[in-house]
Write a protein that binds this ligand. Structure first.
Ligand SMILES: Nc1ncnc2c1ncn2[C@@H]1O[C@H](COP(=O)(O)OP(=O)(O)OP(=O)(O)O)[C@@H](O)[C@H]1O
Ligand SMILES: Cc1ncsc1CCO
Ligand SMILES: [Mg+2]
Length: 264
């Protein structure tokens, strides 16, 4: 049973503390994810230069690593920032964008998971399945699988790497390897806005910065994503307005909206 008042408490903490979320993310979503973090009250910074990532991770409250438009210098930067985050014991949230599409992505994901030890890994179903099966090829950044088909893989992965694993999709699944929670809110229109998954990962970075339970942080972040997306989609003609309306709904999110819209 998901505790709505605990989600409301996390939202208030994010607004009160405005945690610095250090993102090393892709070119496609930088603006959207920074705006989503601002909308819920966090303080985003996008920084990927090898020359500064250690200092930035040294003052951040959480670190978001996203391989969407990876290249070697960025991967080196992720490893450097990840080591500092690990040393400081701040949460790392990892988005394995497009893993399984190319062998480079798969190799980099293995390296990040083994050396940075992310606290939360969020991907769509194809990405989570590909993380667990080296021989499975994915089409690109969009999922070709339903989220329920990836659940057993997600549970196995969570146990193997000691992380909370989130599968996003029509139903979102959040697991620590033993427990599983589901979020049913959302809209199919969200699939048509690029980087909605990356935005979910960044939002998880804010929740992980204020909630010491990575399982609860992941549940709360995905609930807020689904609810904001569902309300925004109901007032949107298509993905253009959804992108804007979604930010407005994140900005307006509070316990009253959560209670009204959350579907157990
Ligand atoms: N069919 C759907 N119904 C309801 N919500 C959905 C649906 N598909 C995706 N979502 C929601 O959209 C958000 C992004 O999930 P999605 O699985 O599309 O990420 P993704 O494929 O990694 O996206 P991207 O690579 O573009 O960042 C999540 O909050 C998820 O709950
Ligand atoms: C479309 C796309 N390509 C690389 S990253 C990205 C954003 C959604 O994952
Ligand atoms: Mg994705």
């Amino acid at each position: 049973m998901i505790d709505i008042s605990a989600i409301g408490r996390d939202l208030r903490l994010i607004k009160e503390r405005s945690p610095l979320v250090h993102n090393i993310t892709n070119f496609v979503v930088m603006n959207n994810t920074a705006n989503a973090l601002l909308a819920i009250g966090a303080s985003p910074v996008m920084a990927h230069a090898i020359e500064e990532v250690e200092e930035m991770a040294g003052i951040a409250s959480s670190l978001v690593l996203n391989i969407g438009t990876l290249e070697p210098r960025w991967v080196d930067a992720m490893m450097l920032a990840g080591k500092i985050a690990l040393k400081r014991n701040i949460p790392i949230v990892f988005d394995p964008v497009g893993v399984g599409a190319t062998s480079y992505r798969s190799e980099v994901c293995k390296q990040i998971i083994s050396e940075c030890k992310p606290s939360i890994i969020r991907g769509n179903a194809s990405e989570i399945i590909a993380l667990c099966n080296e021989n499975v090829k994915t089409k690109g950044v969009d999922s070709t699988e339903s989220s329920d088909s990836a659940l057993s893989w997600a549970m196995q992965l969570a146990r193997e790497v000691n992380a909370v694993v989130v599968i996003s999709g029509q139903t979102d699944y959040i697991t620590d390897g033993e427990l599983v929670e589901m979020i049913y809110n959302g809209s199919t229109m969200m699939e048509k806005v690029t980087g909605m998954g990356c935005t979910a990962t960044a939002v998880l970075g804010a929740f992980a910065a204020v909630n010491p339970s990575m399982f609860d942080a992941a549940i709360h972040g995905m609930a807020v994503m689904g609810i904001a997306g569902e309300i925004a989609a109901s007032a949107s003609k298509g993905n253009g307005s959804l992108q804007v309306n979604f930010l407005d709904e994140l900005y307006a999110m509070d316990e009253e909206v959560l209670c009204r819209t959350f579907r157990q």
